[in-house]
Design a protein around this ligand. Sequence first.
Ligand SMILES: *Cc1c(COP(=O)(O)O)cnc(C)c1O
Length: 399
Amino acid sequence: MPGFELFGDLERKEVNDVLDNGVIMRYGFDGMRKGHWKAKELEKELQNTFQTKHVQLVSSGTAAVSVALASAGVGAGDEVIMPTFTFVASFEAIMMLGAIPVLADIDDTLGLNAKAIEKAITPKTKAIMVVQMCGSMANMDAIQNVANKHNLLVVEDACQAIGGTYKGKPLGSIGDLGCFSFDFVKTITCGEGGAVITDNEQYYINADHYSDHGHDHIGNDRGVETHPFLGYNFRISELHAAVGLAQAKRLPEFLDIQKRNFKVLRDALSEIPEVTFRTVPEGGEESCAFLNFFLPDSETATEVSEAFKEEGVDACWNYYNNNWHYIRKWEHLKELKSLFPISKEVKEGLKYLESKTFEISDHYIARNISCLIKLSWTESEVIARAEKMADVIKRVLTK
Ligand SMILES: *Cc1c(COP(=O)(O)O)cnc(C)c1O
């Protein structure tokens, strides 16, 4: 990760196909486009990649999460359980629908904990949003059991875990609906883009219409379309889809490089007894987009993180003080700073955020360091990096 590191001839060819006929819109203009349907082709390609019946491309990963929830009927006043460690997009996507994000603790998988979910359930709970952070996954069997017991929808945000699997199934394809982002820094990039995947035909039809003003997409050249229900515009453009199509075709190549680089770093750090790794649930295989490890305490993690910066080990983060990915520093959300009025029901539903603390999540996140695995490193760069990281950690530990 990220796919932009390896842009090449295939991306150029796909984009030029679109520019040559001039149709940069994904729907309609059937004659003009001379048989080029990049968005449709990418949807087909992703059906294969993610082993799913239906794929609906949308304009971003955030749009994908919101469209997925809307397609399954989640809306005003419904509660959606989400993890404390994620990207702010999870919170935003729920708020966009007038629904209420209910945060629950993660565990040593760095994903939602099934017991924490169960504690957070109320009569208003409609869905569990599992976020597969940093290339790995939550314990999906345990979560699915809770969902079945309480009749809740499972939406999987696999934006950071493209290519990871759980018991042989691609991450994103396990819940009722899965969501992906193809933004600039993700494993496959379109520039901006995302996808909703599902095996449920009705959810798919809903996502298809809802993400394009409610158009039903029946007939050719948009001539006879009707609007079964209200929709908005979360469309992807044909140009973005063209870039994504090239990248999706190259995913196996990207994953091989990621896995190779990941292994070199992990092996080097495994030799330090104080370093432990996130738990990968039984039957899970990471996408290797990130290497996540724990240090014995938060002070050591902070020191290692700072020493990495000083030594030029880039793209490693201790998320405890990060205001994009962890609840602790989401002041604008905890204080509900909104440009426009928010409903009384949602305000009431979010009151808990003023005072609630998440000690269990803190325990894991404060000790964690997460390092991005780049695709563009040469073999000698990875080896040098592994040695440097191990040296820095040992130095901090023996201080
Ligand atoms: C990137 C990301 C998103 C949002 O995707 P965008 O395409 O940037 O809107 C959502 N969830 C997670 C976990 C992400 O990493």
